[in-house]
Design a protein around this ligand. Sequence first.
Ligand SMILES: [Zn+2]
Ligand SMILES: [Zn+2]
Length: 156
Amino acid sequence: MNQLQASCRISECKKNHALHYCNICENKNSDHLPRNCPHGIEVFHGTAVQNIPSILENGLQPSTNGTLGRGIYFAKGIEALQISVHRGDGSGFAVFKCKVNPKYCKTSVHPQWQGVTNSEFQEWCLQDCSKYAFVGLFLIQSIVKGVMVVGLMQML
Ligand SMILES: [Zn+2]
Ligand SMILES: [Zn+2]
């Protein structure tokens, strides 16, 4: 039966296909998983813990009220955590680590977000919402289904 199975160039891929499409760099015969794409940058999206189930099911949704226009907003480092705290309103940290291709992003320096971040920070707005891949999900001091999660890094 093994001879009937097609396999792409990625050894860790379990899919039965001959060609693996990387939605980050758009290589149609990719030798890497999108989350490992060498053309992508690693950025973070902080959100409310209660949004996790719908994000895992439907993906990240574009925002329409950011300073860079419609798109999915990302930051790096401590600011992503601080934005998560702000959005979570006491429910803890939930931060998605993602790979995105900067070619599809607008980026700029956001001034200090009063009451949320300690300083100005760089933000990225991904305009083509299909051009990202999840790498992992960080949960820190989050309450998920009534259970306190102290710290978790889940690969997605
Ligand atoms: Zn594959
Ligand atoms: Zn790629």
